[in-house]
Structure formats: C-alpha cells, structure tokens
Design a protein around this ligand. Structure first.
Ligand code: RB5
Length: 148
C-alpha cells in the first residue's frame, strides 16, 4: 500500500526514455503528482543534464524525492550523489530498493533501463514508494553524512 503521496520529479536519458514513460504512468496512477524533467524522446542526449535537474531539485528541497534512469543507472547515481542532501540509490533488485528506503532513507531511486524489464521496474518503484524510513540508529548514521 502506497501511503506517501509526496510529489516526485523524474528524469532519464535516451537509453531509458521508454521506461521513464511507463513509470510516469504508474506513479500518476498511484495518485502521486509527477514532474518530468526530460529527456522527451529517443534522440541521444547527455545524461548529466537530466541528472543535475532532478538532483538539484531534490537537493534544494523543491522536490522531496525523485527517480532517475539511464542505461545502467551508474552515471545518474554518480551525478546525483554529488549534490548535498541527495541520497541516490541504484537499485536493480527488490531487496536493495526496500533497504535503500528502510535503512538509507534514499530520496532518489536510480534504475538501469538497459538492465531491467518493465515489470521489474514497476515493482522496484512500487517497493520504493511503499517502504518507510525506519529512523532510529539509521538516522544517526545518516547524520554522519553531513560532516563529509
Ligand atoms: C548512454 O549510452 C549510457 O552511457 C547512459 O545511459 C548510462 O548508462 C550512463 O551511465
């Protein structure tokens, strides 16, 4: 059950554009407002441009959470995690998606569009949206991020 309806910003490069469109539809169907930061087609683009848009919006608090996609998910997670207060988690399996919320309070879910199929991608987003942060000892660990 997805209880948290906080709006989401989503972005991808060309490699994951079709998957972005599928996930946008799924997220909207959950009653969650979704803003698309692009890309808007299959033409080749540079993933940092879209990673920066989404990560910046989360970093400054314009959006509380986001989803990023590229071919592997690697480039987007590298870009996103350069921004203060961003905890971007590359999750191509369900256990990681769950734990990234429960233990790491991830605020950006990153997926590799060339590694996973549509059904798994939807399940990953669903799991990520359903799982609350556990807090407690995990918050104390996250607090240590800010001294870096
Ligand atoms: C694009 O070809 C590809 O490099 C990109 O989608 C991503 O996988 C980068 O990490």
């Amino acid at each position: 059950m997805i209880e948290n309806k906080t709006p989401i910003i989503i972005g991808s490069d060309h490699a994951a554009f079709p998957l972005k469109e599928i996930l946008k539809k799924f997220i909207a169907e959950q009653g969650i407002e979704i803003q698309d930061a692009g890309t808007f087609g299959l033409s080749s683009v540079n993933y940092p441009e879209y990673g920066i848009k989404v990560a910046k919006a989360v970093s400054v608090g314009e959006f509380k959470r986001g989803v990023l996609l590229c071919g592997t998910g690697l480039g987007m997670s590298m870009v996103a995690n350069r921004f203060p207060h961003v905890r971007a988690a590359l999750c191509n399996d369900l256990f990681s998606a769950k734990m990234s919320r429960e233990h790491n309070d991830s605020n950006i879910l990153v997926l590799g569009g060339r590694l996973i199929g549509e059904t798994l991608a939807v399940e990953l987003v669903k799991t990520w949206l359903e799982t609350p942060f556990a807090g407690g000892r995990h918050q104390a660990r996250l607090d240590q991020f800010d001294v870096i």
